[in-house]
Ligand binder design. Structure first.
Ligand code: NI
Length: 180
């Protein structure tokens, strides 16, 4: 397995709209394994293909405590959204930054699994939020888009500063919440 490079905001490639996956074959399953490896290594709970510069509709997630319940959604489609909830979000493409975003509380989704077979599932809690966040990535959207321009400016400045610090061999402040 290979650890992939995660694109970081404001990289314009994060704005690409992903196209549907046309075949669930061995190369795709290798990509899924690499994405899971990359997500676990970065301590993330979700990762969309867009974030590793592959513009196909594919995402992986694991919101379990034991980090042993990988979920794969290929060509995910939201069939229904219910309720609203606000929670603190972070993103592997916006490292070290967290803010509150409003999302639907539960979602019904249809997708293909790792085996290429279609399934439908009702999700709530963190996995429902994660799924909405990742599908946004596939559409070229980031959670910071829900915030004010002033906050986005602050994020860009903070990321520039963090990159400068790591270039100097110093590490930026550690993350406080799970990044999706
Ligand atoms: Ni994200």
């Amino acid at each position: 397995m290979t650890r992939l490079t995660i694109l970081e905001y404001p990289d314009p490639r994060l704005r690409a709209r992903a196209v549907p996956v046309d075949a669930v074959d061995t190369p795709l399953r290798e990509l899924i394994d690499d994405m899971l490896e990359t997500m676990y290594a970065a301590n993330g709970i979700g990762l969309a293909a867009t974030q590793v510069d592959v513009h196909r509709r594919l995402l992986v997630a694991d919101v379990s405590e034991g980090r042993n319940d990988p979920r794969v959604f290929i060509n995910p489609e939201i069939l229904r959204l219910d309720g609203t909830t606000r929670s603190q979000e972070g993103c592997l493409s916006v490292p070290g930054f967290f803010d509150e975003v409003e999302r639907a509380e539960s979602v019904r989704v249809r997708a293909l699994g790792r085996n290429g077979k279609p399934f439908e599932v009702e999700l709530d809690g963190l996995l429902a939020i994660c799924l909405q966040h990742e599908i946004d990535h596939l559409d070229g959207k980031l959670f910071v888009d829900y915030l004010s321009e002033m906050k986005r400016q602050r994020v860009r400045k903070k990321l520039e500063k963090d990159r400068r610090l790591s270039a100097e061999g110093r590490s930026p402040a550690p993350a406080r919440a799970p990044a999706i």
